[in-house]
Design a protein. Sequence first.
Lengths: 325, 747, 185
Amino acid sequence: MELTITGANAITFPILHIWDWRVAIYLFLGGLTGGLMTMSAVANLRPGKVVPRDQPCCWRIPLIAPILLSLGMFFLFLDLELKSHMFWFYLTFQPLSPMSWGSWLLILIYPPMILYAFAVLPDELKSGMADGFIKRFADRMRPHLLRLARINFVCGILLAIYTGILLSTFVARPLWNSAILPVLFLVSGMSTGTALMIIMARKNEVKLFFTKVDIWLIFTEIMVLLLLFYGHYTSDAVHRLAIMPFFNTSHQFFPYFLSIVFLGIFLPLAIVLKFLEVTGDHSVELTPSGKFLMNASAVLVLLGGLVVRFALVYAGQLSGYGGIM
Amino acid sequence: MAGSFDRFWISSTKEDVMAFSRRNFLKYAAMSAGGTLLAETPFLSARAREKAEGGNVRYVPTTCEMCFWKCGVIAKVVGGEVVKLEGNPLHPQSRGRLCARGQAGIGLLYDKDRLKVPMIRTGPRGENRYKQASWDEALGYVADKLKGVEDKYGPEAVALFAHGSPGTYFNNVVRGMGSANVAYPSFAQCLGAREVAWELTYGQGPNSTCERVDLANSRVIVLFGTHLGENMHNSQTQEFAEAVGRGAKIISVDPRYSTAASKASMWLPIKPGTDLALLLTWINIIISEGWYDKEYVEKYTTGFEELKKEVKSYTPAWAAQETDLPMRQIVESVRDLGRYAPNVMLHPGRHFSWHGNDVQRGRAMAIVNALLGTWGRPGGIWLPPKVNLAGFSENPEHPKANKDAVVFGDYPFAGGEGLTQVLRETTIKGDPYPIKAWIVAGTNLIKTMPKPDLTRRAIDNLDLLVAVDVMPTDTVMMADVILPEATYLERHDGLFTITTREAGIALRQPAVAPMYQSKPAWWIGSELCKKMGLEQYAVKDTWEGRMRRQAKKWGIGFDELADTGYVAIPGSAAPYITATNQPVFKTPSKKIELVSSELEEEDFDVIPKYEPIEQPKKGEYRLLYGRSPVHTFTRTVNNQWLWELKKENEVWLNKKEADRIGVKNGEIVRLENQDRVVSEPVRVRATERIRRDCVFMIHGFGQHSPAMSRAYNRGADDQKLITRYKVDPICGSTGMRVNFVKIIKEA
Amino acid sequence: MPKYAMVIDQSRCVGCMACVVACKRENHVPPEQYRTRVLEMVNGEFPRLKSEMRSELCNHCDHAPCVTVCPTGASHKEDDGTVQIDRRKCVGCKACIAACPYNARYINEEHGYADKCSFCQHRLRAGKKPACVATCIGQSRIFGDIDDPNSEVSRMLRDNSYRVLKKAAGTRPNVYYINQFPKKS
């Protein structure tokens, strides 16, 4: 067919062109924060106290989480075309709009996050502090630690899953328009959160514990990713076309093909590395090379999470509902 | 059959014209009133609308000049700024609607690249070095130079090239001096051959402002290369769409699948240059199969028997071979014509200077129309309105020309608009006498005339080139003196006699005062007359004053006209032949001359004869050119609102040819013509929509003037590739579709 | 209250772009941005070709995905059936642009808000038809109240088989298309 379009807007033709790296990073950081909230809660809630509370991953992560989330929201803010109108998010609630839910959720998540950060401040740190507001407030929060951890556990899941819901609600963008997408973003968020926990943890057994957790998460992530593609492949023409860029080696779609290749290597490699770690002999302290491998596999997981966000944000904008018909 | 006639746009009853337009109103109003809330008040006058809407809004009815169709337009002015243009519902050329260009008139008015102040050249020609000048200084300079030329070479050494309304005013300067060397490219480079063909046959052309084609009521419409839709003449395209919507048969004879062809029930992708073979064969079939209107032919035509004998040899089988069309198509198309005659037409076409045998092609088209009895019949060619307006002039007659004009060359039927290329040739050769000064008003000669290098050479020979224009076109930027004209939204012009089915009067009046130091052409012409000592040809007071007096003489209320934009002349419409409304043919025989007595006198073929023209060799393509609906030649390419819709042209190349020579769709190539002239880079449009032996480009792109900031260097200039032209021996028009190009891949 | 709808007779569209420019001038649409567009689609092989001409604009859907996703209520459905944007409330999040299967929306480059065809709401209020309809050279665009059985649009939809674009998207558009191809008599 010979097609001539006169009067097309650059923002939608030849492809949708609305969200870029800023939104991809926001989604990544949102998912990562969710994972951190949930996993640091796990660390503190773990029955049998596998993870001692003075571990950096137990108290530093809750401090980092709100900063990462704010950074993510900053990137989102950068993407808004009318920044001065931002207050309108909070003068209304639109029950059918995922972004309205999301903007409120982001606000509501901060208080438990911050309170939790106070509650987990280790005693050694507090003893070195002057007797100011921070110390007194941290002391007052400490008895609520477990309750706050439970709230953070739930909030982390909500946050991570939300980052996928927004994209999945557009009938016009078939690649995103799948109920599997929020699950993918949830699992990916959790696995990246766990990966950062591994990097931050000092103690051998803590690292090993989260490595075991991550193996299951990455396995699930690979499964969900495959199901996303398989679901699209077995759906109608519109959806089948939507995943085409990932399986097309032509110049135009090469980045998407590359992203699949990367994910296909990163994630399984991370699993293998982790599997080797947990099956290894850890009766003695970790060797530097063992530590390096552990951290490297965690970095691979973080990169994988980033690639998933970038690939899906961009590829989703290539997909349209039924072409020009 | 009768049933479908009910839906026709206009009926043939002899009603008062005012009632006729009012009826359209009622129809319009009734359509609007369909929705419960949409009860639009019909436009009755500018004042009435202002009153109804209140506020700070002014409405100014005027006449569009984004092309030359002269649509009625209503300018909406808020706080001294034109904010919207709409079609004047009272005006038969626009009927309340405007095309893209008409809507974009604001883009011309507020184009930052407009010519703003008079300028006098300070550097070598074409190097864009100018100094600003006051009007007094610039006009004084022009007057001195013109007088210098007159003193040295005689007044005939001053020539005028013009298009559109500004020409009117400079005629007074040039003819007032005693030169008759005036030429309009609209004749030799456009529709001259058509006008002559129909004048020879019917004694009258089909009207150049608005072809008298009854498209709205036609059953079968044949278009020879006419690409309505892309060729956006407002009311004509409205009626074409009406015909398409109504289910009329459209037969498009065109090497290219144009928009019109896409609406056609039959597309005849004819081999370029062989139209006459098809037409003569059609004539043969019409006669031999008895499709012609016997009574009509008997009553109104002469030469039928001779014609019958002459066309005998043009058989469908032969035509199929010659035109590269299937025989079945050739026969079926003409039978459709015959079946529905006389409510059919061969559209006379418009840009007609194709191959140098154009008058004869036009004659053949006129003859087919005559045989089918379309002239004066519903759905055919309507009869001109009955109007008898006295000539109006406030200036004395121009003096007899000092020497005979050269603008008619050796062509016995060259029209009154003159032959631009002959004027150019004389300027170069200085024979029979030198031509040393040109006034160029409203035409971009370098992009209009074939063989632009000759235009440049002629300009090199001049002592003075004065350009009067709105935009800094390629031609303007060659001028010694540039005089910035006000746009059509800032000036008075007219009165215009608009002859559609009815006759009416329209005018142009300013919606806003001229911007910058631009001036209306009437003022420039008039002031120049004064400076030249030709006060008798100057405008008495103002052009508005002159229009008032003209209206008074014609018995038209000027204020009413200024308020409505159009006043119909009651009782003028008489479109169809009836017992009491008989056609008048101004030919020597007072009949439709199937055999032309005037051509006989001048020793031309009295009946068109087919002669094959040169065809391109393999690997070469005939260069065809045409129009985009959003552009008028080079006039609109810099207009923001049109530029953004069509920034550059492409070269249409048959997909299989593209594959054969290994060129991809969208690839940038250059074209090289038979004279080794190479085009600017241009994108290939590899398409199934064109024959394999030709390529097509939209005309008007490839601006070389950097002062046109948006259009500069966009697309390729087709005119540059037209280094060969074949002059029609009958009327002197320049056939320009005789150039062959090769595709050169960019390294 | 009327329910506004547009019927587009594709056979009568000559691709002249009058609608595109009229819309831009009427609604002060920034340079190189558009609320309506024209598609020309040609199929087949020389010389057997078939062409479709189609103008597109906001479909003012009854189930408008843009309205659903809007986080601030800036995009909303009005009583007259049109989908409108309250510019003061728009934050420029672009979710509505992603949500529209018809790619009818854009970000107004001069002001930052999401923008699209409004069926010329300001003209409707003054009793006028949308600018594109008023100037349509081929009278290909027909506008009116679909709830009024006597309106031209209602008559058109009764007398013709019609379609809407991307019906399967479930948006229930209010722009209807008739005569996809010219009648070949």
